[in-house]
Design a protein around this ligand. Structure first.
Ligand code: OSB
Ligand code: MG
Length: 377
């Protein structure tokens, strides 16, 4: 970034919250009934930057959870920066690079610094990072349902709302028949499946059956650490394999592409350690002709603001998992809930930073605890 603001951080606040989902969300790793996260507020030069951790109630998607990340921030991240921290997100990442992993904990601060930096520069975040359009093309991710009729009726109503692409969760034993039923009803929609790493090597032959359904891609069939199995499956398929959990930094993105472990990459800023690393993965993918999109972690309206901004980058060529606030919550924590238009687009906010205001009154009701850390002299 050029012309960074020169301010130093005064204070960091964490606000641990939980709020109910409209309905539970079920994946191969389990069901979640409520959103758990903490909000981050970073303060400098009289401005506030906001973000949240993408980690949820339990360490199921990865080893991180909201409480584990709060512990990591308090005990390892804050001590690394309490002597003083400029607003530059890159400088922050250098200071915490000694901490192995915990990308979502690091990202929760890094992203708040991006929101703050953009605000200090009076620029919307999407412009600061080089966005090329003023909206995100969006799809919807539908969890495992109690039966196929319920799944089909959900799909019908999301298509009615304008979502450009439907993703359904699959798991071992709940896969082909779901895809079969959806394709019978909707032969032409953009359709994808996401297994969240539920399959193993003995399932490879079975997974090749998915090749006959004209899926846009098959997301993360194998565990995150198994790029080899993904490359074997990709070599057996016409359908593209898309990597989510496996790509948690830009080196892995490069190596996964070289190995042919996937032809599409889902970019989630939390998973990869923030906006800087998301842009790096975006750029490496673009240089190698690999299409990308922005994934979701059922974020509140705060996290969603970053996802919308990232989805305006040039190589985001597939619809992203960014849905309207009302798809997740009866009431979001931002004053203006996120919406989509009838063409399945979510428009960026023109205010500086991510452009969201927090509904403090509602937040108060959702708060489990709140902690403040003084930074610098
Ligand atoms: O694998 O993409 C995933 C939600 C939580 C954890 C992992 C995933 C998801 C989703 C939901 O698919 C995407 C969203 O709408 O936020
Ligand atoms: Mg996924």
């Amino acid at each position: 970034m050029t012309n960074l603001p020169g301010e130093e951080i005064d204070k960091i606040t964490l606000i641990r919250i939980k709020l109910p989902y409209r309905e539970y969300f079920e994946t191969s790793f389990g069901r979640e009934y409520e959103k758990h996260t903490y909000l981050v507020i970073v303060e400098a030069g009289g401005e506030e930057g906001y973000a949240e951790t993408a980690a949820g109630q339990y360490p199921r998607y990865s080893y991180e959870s909201a409480d584990i990340d709060a512990f990591v921030v308090e005990n390892y991240i804050i001590p690394s920066i309490e002597d003083g921290l400029p607003t530059d997100p890159t400088k922050f990442m250098e200071k915490v690079s000694w901490i192995k992993g915990f990308n979502m904990a690091k990202a929760s601060i890094e992203m708040a610094l991006w929101d703050l930096t953009a605000k200090l520069l009076s620029k919307p975040l999407y412009k600061l990072i080089g966005g090329v359009r003023e909206y995100a093309n969006v799809g919807v991710s539908i969890g495992l349902q109690k039966d196929i009729d319920t799944l089909l009726s959900k799909i019908a109503s999301y298509l009615e709302e304008g979502y450009q692409r439907i993703k359904i969760k699959i798991s071992k034993g709940r896969d082909i028949e779901l895809v079969e039923a959806v394709r019978r009803e909707y032969p032409d929609i953009l359709l994808t499946v996401d297994a969240n790493g539920d399959y193993r090597s003995e399932d490879i032959e079975h997974l090749t059956k998915l090749d006959g359904y004209n899926l846009l891609y098959i997301e993360q069939p194998f565990p995150y650490w198994d790029l080899y199995l993904h490359s074997r499956l990709q070599s057996m398929l016409e359908t593209k394999v898309c990597l989510d959990e496996s790509v948690y930094n830009s080196d892995l993105a490069k190596e996964a592409i070289e190995m042919g472990a996937g032809k599409v990459i889902n970019i989630k800023p939390g998973r990869v350690g923030g906006i800087g690393e998301s842009i790096a993965i975006h750029n490496i993918s673009m240089e190698n002709g690999v299409g990308t999109w922005i994934g979701g972690m059922l974020e509140t309206g705060v996290g969603r603001g970053f996802n919308v901004a990232l989805a305006t980058l040039p190589n985001i060529i597939y619809p992203s998992d960014i849905s309207a606030s009302k798809r997740y919550f009866n009431r979001d924590i931002v004053t203006e809930p996120w919406e989509i238009d009838d063409k399945g687009r979510m428009w960026v906010r023109k205010d500086s930073g991510i452009g969201v205001e927090i509904d403090w009154e509602y937040l108060e009701k959702l708060t489990l605890w709140r902690k403040e850390y003084k930074i610098g002299g």
